[in-house]
Design a protein around this ligand. Sequence first.
Ligand SMILES: CC(C)(COP(=O)(O)OP(=O)(O)OC[C@H]1O[C@@H](n2cnc3c(N)ncnc32)[C@H](O)[C@@H]1OP(=O)(O)O)[C@@H](O)C(=O)NCCC(=O)NCCS
Length: 144
Amino acid sequence: MLSLRKVTFEDWPLLLEWRNDEETRNNSHTTALVAEESHKNWLKHALEDSGKQLYIAEEDEIPVGTVRADFDEALNDYLLSWTTSPDARGKGTGKRMVKTLVDLLNTRIRAEIKSGNTASVKIAEFAGLTLKKEDNRVLYFSNY
Ligand SMILES: CC(C)(COP(=O)(O)OP(=O)(O)OC[C@H]1O[C@@H](n2cnc3c(N)ncnc32)[C@H](O)[C@@H]1OP(=O)(O)O)[C@@H](O)C(=O)NCCC(=O)NCCS
């Protein structure tokens, strides 16, 4: 069964490995490789930021993905972003992981997905988000 736990600083190597995976980079707003020091610095600040919630999804205690919710004060919603472990892809991990967090937060959620990221579109729809607009090859989904 899939469960979510909060990220701790000790998760940095795993998160860096997933962040620098080629498919993840291609589907991110920033596609460059992330260096270890800047990743650690980012994670340290993210964990101190009360507006950010970072989770690791685990299946039988094995980490299978990560999902993050960033609170947006102006819109009063959470922007979600997600990545699954390359080993765990194509098995419904993304769908279950993101829906679990959307159900847990039970509030206004949105996601930005690059056009052509079919798997993420299906994940967003499975979690109850619908497409609101497309701009500059980015799809804007929300549940409100
Ligand atoms: C996108 C990503 C999160 C998908 O995770 P996943 O665990 O493989 O997704 P799921 O197994 O839950 O699949 C969701 C749906 O997409 C389909 N799918 C999975 N990989 C696919 C692919 N490469 N191309 C087309 N469809 C795909 C699945 O068959 C499933 O469809 P279904 O609902 O009809 O059964 C994962 O590939 C990833 O981390 N990619 C890099 C980072 C990224 O793109 N993050 C999202 C930014 S918005």
